[in-house]
Design a protein around this ligand. Sequence first.
Ligand code: SAH
Length: 394
Amino acid sequence: MRVPVRSALRSLWDAARPVIPCIWRGKYFSSGNVPVQNNRVTPMQRHLMYKIKSTGPITVAEYMKEVLTNPAKGYYVHHDMLGEKGDFITSPEISQIFGELIGIWFISEWIAAGKSAAFQLVELGPGRGTLTGDILRVFSQLGSVLKNCDISIHLVEVSQKLSEIQALTLTEEKIPLERNAESLVYMKGVSKSGIPISWYRNLQDVPKGYSFYLAHEFFDVLPVHKFQKTPQGWREVFIDIDPQISDKLRFVLAPCSTPAEAFIQGFCGHKLHDVLTAPGTADLTADVDFRYLRKMAQEKVASLGPVEQKTFLKNMGIDVRLKVLLDKSDDPSMRQQLLQGYDMLMNPKKMGERFNFFALLPHQRLHGGNHQVNAQQTKPSASPVAGFDELTWR
Ligand code: SAH
């Protein structure tokens, strides 16, 4: 039997959490909104200059890796760059509804895939832990559906600072955290609803098991190589010290082929803003090439999307959820914040069309399951995947 999403969402009765006025994150390869002084040499810049002086120009990928995740000075490692006082804000920070709908998505997929006895939820780059927090609240509220399922949370995070904030957001404070900086699992805790949570620096350290992976605003911070078309063919872009101005970095083209060229499929010309100024103080992001992701994954898994955020959230029932929260709230400023958050997530001129959802699923999930053959059908057919189609609730 299918129950419309309305009844599932109506069972969520938690209070609305505040919405923060925001700057959303740019999708293009650009610096963040930190005002930078052009003449400022940051510790990261000094480090990069030593590196270039000793081993020669570096690739854009190496530049991104150092600037973002260098253990001593990386932008992500010691900053809390998210939220009201940070450099940018992301969808889960804007509205609780975002994470709640993702929580519903996991439950819907867990049901469609045959209700495994256990699953791991693995989040890559969990930021402040807000998204997983909202998902876990939905798991608690729909506890009767998940009651026989053994759930564990696995967070892949390189940032010391953000992992501390995630632990504050997600774990039960009465149960002390276990820390071991030397271990592959560098921290362990227990959520407020009793679910074990583990932290890793690398995805390959997460134990094997039936898993759902979640990567929100993550792929765009992974290092990319950059190329430019020249009369001699594609040449890789490197970063070097400007010979005219000794404390300035500049882009240069490799004079001949480099190993990374073997992997080109074509690329888009990114805008080159001031990404070489004051490195380590601002975010760097690159467009995510979903076509390439699909191509790389297609032999092993099926893919869905990308679909625009406004379509995905609409299909997941954002309007119903907004109405529930508005109906419950008597506070005009809270209602106003809920409406502003909705507008930020859904408005095509804001995040509605700039952000996309993309799913990788086992082939059998899309091309015929084994758990819902109906008597009139000769071939098993899979149920639609929520978000990419309208959510239905069995
Ligand atoms: N998903 C969150 C935060 C996005 S910001 C949200 O939507 O709000 C990117 C996150 O990825 C941060 O938590 C950052 O510390 C983390 N990160 C960046 N590079 C990483 C890497 N190579 N491995 C693991 N985490 C990384």
